[in-house]
Design a protein around this ligand. Sequence first.
Ligand code: KG4
Ligand code: ZN
Length: 427
Amino acid sequence: MYSCSLMYLTIQMLRVLRNSVQNITTARHLSVLGIETSCDDTGIALLNQNGEVLGNVLNSQQKFHTRYGGIIPPRAQDLHRAKIAEVFENCIAQAQMTPEQLDAIGVTTRPGLPLSLLVGLRFAKHIARKYKKPLVPVHHMEAHALQARMEQNIPYPFLCLLISGGHCQLVFVRSPSKFSLLGETLDDAPGEAFDKIARRLRLFLLPKYEHWNGGRAVEDAAQHARNPSRFEFPLPLARDRNCNFSFAGIKNNSFRNIRAVERQEGTPPDGIIHQYHDFCAGLLAAVSRHLMNRTQRALEYTIPWFGNAPRSLVVSGGVANNDYIFNDLSHLATHYDCQAYRPSKKYCSDNGVMIAWNAIEKIKENSNCMRWDYDSLSICGKATLGENLLSAVAEANIKCKWVQASKWRRAMNETPQPLTAGQGIVL
Ligand code: KG4
Ligand code: ZN
């Protein structure tokens, strides 16, 4: 008798739960919150199912971490903790909504700095419990990959190059949940290399670059180069016929070159080499060339997978902000009758919008992604992305006839400019 009524009660509860999930997915205006704390940005955004951004608040810790030359995980955690409630309240206020009106909460659970991820997930669980909302766990790199679809009509499937401060991956994306990994970095990520090299160059001593990330500073400095081909950089993994990346060689070569020029110019410890513009131009061209070559092989490999569907290349992650790199990749894509896309610049780097958008894509695909079993959700510092096809790509042993950088770029690189003698800039 007792067990019968317990079973009846359980069935009724399951029915209520199923109906509420169905109501959510059929609602005209699904409102989804996105919480991002995987690294040093506390980002929270509120979107509707059409990708309209109703609220978007980002608290960047960049200024704090540049003072120390890199992210200190426990300090990043403290800053997330100190700011997350305020960021949430501001976001809800901006959207002119109440938390009760939310339909679901997307939160980054992997990959990222564990201490940072923990703050976001704990906060998401707290909100979910308080307002009785389901949670959608989000993979940070999947969110970068799908972000461009929020603003542009990019059909599945597409090839995606993910370039950020922590990752460098080539993936073929067939749906919000189906990713095939074609290549990844063997060591550093491109954003990480830019950040470390910019720091070694001491670009932060220049007031303009004081609070900029390394990649943005390198891009800006390169635009003022007089002789962009003055410095030579190695082409990584030139013999490996796969789609993997490596930036450690470029980084170490940069450090050696900078030391040599500093000696030659007599640069003081608080100075910057006189030729930093040329140096940044060479560095940017080398990174871009490497990204182009590996992406070209991935295009060769995946073109048959598109069938008659339109071919798209999506570039995403913080380094996708870089116009030079994106222009090179767009130029490459045209050779394969492929359209290149990237998210608008404000959404290339980490933010809450991409997490909310990813949750929306997932819910639309399968509402079972919404989780009420809060306690079983946990963070994961390292996480793979999709099915691993690295060996299959290598076995295909694809030889490429490299598409060259666009003509205007070659013309720029081949025209040596007169040099001015300098003794280094002292600040
Ligand atoms: O995606 P993101 O915001 O955070 C991670 O998930 O890593 O990427 C941050 C990275 C930094 O390393 C930064 O140097 C790089 O993106 N970045 C750029 C540019 N803007 C940001 N790299 C090259 N050119 C840029 N304009
Ligand atoms: Zn990121």
